[in-house]
Ligand binder design. Structure first.
Ligand code: ADP
Ligand code: 5GP
Length: 212
């Protein structure tokens, strides 16, 4: 089937979850398979974990530089999470949306609230829940990049994070990974077809209706 190309504004797809529920895994898979989706790389004051790369996972910055980004309006949103600052650089997101590219965000509920206030029409938010508390704890340990103390801290914060589920447009329970990825792809497919985002529709329909 030939897909008729209608000019479209990009959307912001936010995935949030308690740490360990699987949003990084789901995000990576979506990014591998979807050419029109790119990841918003956040700036953070937290130190890199083993295997994390500058400019790929995060921009790792000092507190002074982070404060400068906030003061200069360089961040679309920012929040303090587990004692570290995180924020979304504004420029790449605005450029992507204007050119019809979609942007994926791995940010917490505080950041999602700020994006909702700043750009409600562009936002599609998905909250990812673990199938159980025991499984969430198992995944945090399996990942094995954080100390026991950090895992305990993240488990106690998980309940707080999950209390925000009802603020999101869609809820995915990440039991089977393949199903969760299919569900997020289905959300993306439907949201891309929304009339309001398809800014080229008016001209397209006018051309369809035009008499010779
Ligand atoms: P988050 O980004 O939400 O903190 P991750 O994507 O890092 O979580 O996932 C945490 C751990 O759980 C990883 O080891 C990952 O491989 C594993 N995981 C993710 N989704 C599933 C799933 N559906 N079933 C089993 N393990 C999973
Ligand atoms: P981690 O340290 O495990 O990479 O991330 C910890 C938490 O910070 C996660 O819930 C993640 O979604 C959130 N986070 C990462 N980047 C940002 C950001 O730019 N803004 C906000 N508000 N949260 C972020």
């Amino acid at each position: 089937m030939v897909e008729t190309h209608i000019k479209r504004r990009g959307l912001m797809l936010v995935l949030s979850s308690p740490s360990g529920a699987g949003k990084t895994t789901i995000s990576r898979r979506l990014l591998e398979t979807d050419d029109n989706l790119s990841l918003s790389i956040s700036a953070t004051t937290r130190p890199p974990r083993p295997g994390e790369a500058e400019g790929k996972d995060y921009y790792f910055v000092g507190q002074e530089r982070f404060d400068e980004m906030v003061a200069g309006g360089e961040l679309l949103e920012h929040a303090l999470v587990f004692g570290n600052n995180y924020g979304t650089p504004r420029g790449p997101v605005e450029r992507a949306l204007e050119t019809g590219r979609d942007v994926l965000f791995d940010i917490d509920w505080q950041g999602t609230q700020q994006l909702r206030e700043a750009a409600r029409d562009d936002l599609v938010s998905v909250f990812i829940l673990p199938p159980s508390t025991a499984e969430l704890e198992r995944r945090l340990h399996t990942r094995a990049q954080d100390s026991d103390e950090v895992v305990r801290g993240r488990m106690s914060k998980a309940a707080d994070e999950m209390s925000h589920w009802a603020e999101y447009d869609y809820i995915v329970i990440n039991d089977n990974l393949g199903n969760s990825i299919d569900q997020v792809e289905a959300i993306l497919t439907a949201e891309r077809l929304r009339r309001e985002r398809r800014v080229g529709l008016r001209a397209f329909v006018e051309a369809l209706r035009a008499r010779e």
